[in-house]
Design a protein around this ligand. Structure first.
Ligand code: FPP
Length: 250
């Protein structure tokens, strides 16, 4: 029996965030170069994006390249950028036909020109799509994002546009790159690492974490369905007691 049949479609998370990890180890285990793992990782990106859209997930955010990833050997960084350009170019029409909107978060100004151009075209081409938003976190780090938000809040305060005494968490969220999305309810990390790695630190305040030993290139549809079933087995209390949740689920 597929895990898909166990999914309660009335209680799907609206937003799933994923840390795609283990491409390098997957390749090395097979005696291949790390870049081969990233290439295989693209197949998983495709499968999970399709599966999420088919289920009715509204937002899927994938950690494709962190600020810290710039410190990898130049050869690997160049290969990842090339793979990104190639993949976006090859997949944009499929995304569009499937009514999926592509967005990016992160310091995309630091990406190579070819990459920025390809991404801008894809974001523009898919901008009116409504079925699901696929967000690629690129040159992203949460501390960078929170710092940027804080600087803009300070500027707006000096300009008299906002009142710091009444600044709320909701208002703070509007300064983040994720302002247009609800917070993820589920965070998946593959490859057995139990870390958050500077990813969506503000936004995952109440997310359920799902860690799996599976390496990203082996993470397919069934593994994704299993993560959602596991998420649905949890009781989300938001600081309340279990008894309160039973009598007052709101
Ligand atoms: C982590 O594995 C993965 C990355 C740093 C890059 C993820 C990129 C892709 C899946 C391909 C391109 C993506 C898109 C959206 C087109 P790792 O290299 O850290 O693996 P390791 O921990 O085993 O070394």
């Amino acid at each position: 029996m597929s895990f898909k049949e166990k999914i309660d479609f009335q209680r799907l998370p609206k937003h799933i965030a994923v840390i795609m990890d283990g491409n390098g180890r997957w390749a090395q285990q097979k005696g291949q170069h790390r870049v081969f793992g990233h290439q295989k990782g693209v197949d998983s990106v495709r499968q999970i994006s399709e599966a999420a859209a088919e289920l009715g997930i509204q937002y899927l955010t994938l950690y494709a390249f962190s600020t810290e990833n710039w410190n990898r050997p130049k050869e690997e960084v160049d290969a990842l950028m090339e793979l990104l350009v190639h993949t976006i170019h090859a997949e944009t029409e499929t995304l569009h036909k499937n009514n999926i909107r592509l967005h990016t978060i992160g310091n995309t100004d630091s990406l190579p020109e070819s990459c920025r151009r390809e991404l801008n075209d894809a974001v523009e081409r898919t901008s009116r799509n409504t079925r699901m938003t696929l967000v690629l976190a690129l040159s992203y780090s949460s501390r960078w994002e929170i710092m940027e938000a804080t600087k803009r809040i300070a500027q707006d305060s000096v300009a008299g546009k906002i009142d710091l005494n009444t600044l709320s968490a909701d208002q703070f969220s509007t300064y983040l790159t994720t302002a247009a999305y609800p917070d993820p309810e589920l965070l998946i990390r593959t490859s057995g690492e139990h870390r958050v790695s500077n990813y969506l630190l503000w936004q995952i305040a109440y997310a359920e974490f799902y860690f799996t030993e599976t390496l990203w290139p082996d993470f397919g549809r069934e593994a994704f369905y299993e993560a959602i079933v596991d998420y649905q087995s949890r009781e989300r209390r938001f600081g309340k007691t279990s008894a309160q949740i039973v009598t007052d689920p709101a």
